[in-house]
Write a protein that binds this ligand. Sequence first.
Ligand code: MRU
Length: 366
Amino acid sequence: MKIDGQLRTSIWYDRNKSCVSILDQTQLPFSIKYIDLTEVDHFITAIRTMQVRGAPLIGVTGAFGLAFALKENPSDMYIEEISFRIANARPTAVNLQWAVDEVLNAIKYVDTDSRFDIALRTAKKIRQDDIENCSLIGDYGLKIIQNLYDSISNKRTINILTHCNAGWLATIDWGTAIAPIYKAQEAGIPIHVWVDETRPRNQGTSLTAFELGQQGIAHTIIPDNTGGHLMQHGMVDLCIVGSDRTTTQGDVCNKIGTYLKALAAFDNNVPFYAALPCSTFDWSITDGIKEIPIEQRDAIEVTHMTGVNSDNIINTIRISPESSPVANYGFDVTPAKYITGIITEKGIFKANKDSLYQLKQQLGLS
Ligand code: MRU
């Protein structure tokens, strides 16, 4: 995808500098800054501070981080300790643990001298696979948008609501929830996106709006509480969101507030899809509400807001009374019963045990 007309990705291995470069998402949409990561602690900090964020992207970052850790110290004892630290840098998105496990499996029977090379190759493959998977998610999701468009007699613009950022910035390219929108644009279907601001960190306002604008897709930022009203007035044709962890019965854990959008969609007969790569499935759990660990983040994300002042200087200001306590849950779980379908790189599945068991079989996991 593009920034200022130039093709960009969120993370890549820079062979000349022997480092991993990332687009620093904490600076968006105000400035475009890239950071070079060379030590494992840089990777962990980038994930924790959300310089990189979004489930697939933190998975890829974790995989590269583990490779760089092995460059420093390939011993068995260190691998165990460091892979635990990386996988727990953020607790909810299962892609991080999945990607760390992929690297660990790849180096299982490899002598210490070759571990870095094999781990790096594996991380690059995870990155490349993510691009291909997101493109396929886009192709499958496009079918849903195309069918909707074909069913509308006056061929008007299709209005899609999304929450948080599940676009190319949350992955490597294309995105998950936004990939079908990019594919629809290519197919010439007129699209307009309602972008939930996504408090407290405003990933909708600062990231989704940014990337849609850069790609020339019509969009409108809305306060988080607006979606229900729009749906009641027929102004939303479809909701598509991403996921950080999906269970065997089809419960979807995504950015806090997703659940309320799904309830509003259900009440108003608006189709509600989750788009995700298969690495987002946690095949070990069934009940998302009981079993998914929900990240709680620093109160400052709620009590303060960051933006640019009239001199274009980035500033953080407090918006709450100094002494008020804060709860900052990063994610919530949308039960399967509110989800119309799950769009993956393997096709579109129903959010229920039988349908997802078929997917598990297709993946050779059962
Ligand atoms: O806290 P974030 O910004 O990492 O949360 C991201 C989301 O909730 C995304 O919707 C999810 O990771 C899917 S990304 C394709």
